[in-house]
Design a protein around this ligand. Structure first.
Ligand code: TK8
Length: 344
């Protein structure tokens, strides 16, 4: 450990600058100060793009709309913050789509493993009419869903052993890995099917759960494993890319209803612009984060095609079980969008 003392690590990769804010200043419809709670750390694409969102609103209202972003789940976890949006005790949040399936069931399509093979396909799906319908379906829940953006490809990490195959997850002579999952039944099922011992848990409790050995591991994009310091308590990573999950930027419907129509339009536009920026940052972070994690001592296993195929095959029962619930038609619509992006 002493060898790494004094070795300076960059906090972020070389990131693209945020696009210039060039829209017109909107008229004066009063002042608003909004609180936005997010789960991830200050160095994450989620935080950086939320700041950009705040900057757009600040500039285009000449400071009349201020957004204060609170990182690191300090205002609550995804589930709690969505409930706070409903009651109006919080203005904005940025949860993963997975715990939001309790509001809009169709979102569970994103939880199906190995459905979105490329980032290009994932972005096409997030920008599709099908996805817009999911955002619209929040109307009346107390939550105004503004836009999808990227959480990203989830990778397995753990503190017990290197994982190359589903058998390594299940453990042959030893017990299955204790894996924390998001609060979502499809994710729980994926890890049960792989022979792990999964436990749903809020993201904010995860670091100490791993530190104390309550769970062996978890799964999140490399950027999160890096920016939330999970590598400090996780020795092994595997590039499983088993699910691509989005984030959804949300506002309390109470807050939304309090905004003048011109402000609402601006908020919606700023949300989309910041999501585009977030997706770009997230892509810039991905491989860089994996390299950083290796530099910081994590042993990371790249899976070859055969090993990946073994994982895909092992989780087939998850499709059979959940397709009727999620809707065959919706799954086929998503698959058609994926095929369009991969065929050319
Ligand atoms: C942060 C979460 C996180 C998600 C999870 O609030 O819970 O593992 O991937 O990014 O939304």
């Amino acid at each position: 450990a002493s060898l790494t003392l004094g070795m300076a690590h960059a906090q972020t990769p070389d990131l693209s600058d945020p696009p210039a804010i060039d829209g017109e200043v909107v008229g004066d419809h009063g002042s608003h100060t909004l609180r936005m709670g997010i789960g991830l750390a200050e160095s994450s694409p989620q935080y950086l793009s939320s700041q950009y969102f705040a900057d757009i609103l600040d500039k285009r209202t000449e400071g009349r709309i201020t957004v204060n972003v609170f990182p690191n789940s300090q205002l609550g976890d995804d589930v709690q913050m969505m409930e706070m949006l409903q009651t109006g005790s919080l203005d904005m949040s940025y949860p993963s789509s997975s715990p939001a399936t309790t509001y809009v069931e169709e979102l569970a399509v994103f939880d199906l493993p190995f459905l979105l093979p490329t980032r290009e396909a994932a972005v096409a799906v997030m920008q599709s009419d099908v996805a817009q319908e999911m955002l619209d379906a929040f109307d009346g829940t107390g939550i105004k869903a503004l836009t999808f953006s990227e959480n990203g490809y989830r990778q397995l990490s753990n503190s017990a052993r290197p994982v190359e195959t589903p058998e390594d997850v299940a453990g042959l002579d030893v017990s299955g890995l204790k894996i924390r999952t998001m609060e979502n039944p499809v994710h729980l099922d994926i890890w049960e099917t792989l022979g792990a011992n999964p436990t749903p848990m809020a993201f904010g409790e995860l670091f100490s759960a791993m530190e104390q050995g309550v769970v062996d591991g978890q799964e999140n994009p490399w950027s999160t494993i890096l920016t939330s310091n999970f590598y400090e308590v996780q020795d092994y990573g595997s590039e499983t890319r088993h699910v691509y999950t989005p984030f959804i930027m949300m506002m309390s419907e109470r807050t939304w209803d309090n905004l003048a129509p011109e402000y609402q339009e601006l908020v919606q536009e700023a949300a989309r612009q910041s999501a585009e920026y977030e997706i770009q940052l997230s892509a810039e972070y991905d491989d860089w984060s994996r390299e950083q994690l290796e530099e910081r001592g994590m042993e990371i296993t790249r899976l070859d095609d055969e090993q990946l195929a073994a994982f895909q095959e092992a989780v087939q029962p998850v499709y059979e079980k959940w397709s009727p619930e999620i809707g065959e038609e919706l799954i086929q619509e998503v698959q058609a969008i994926v095929e369009e992006t991969t065929s050319d």
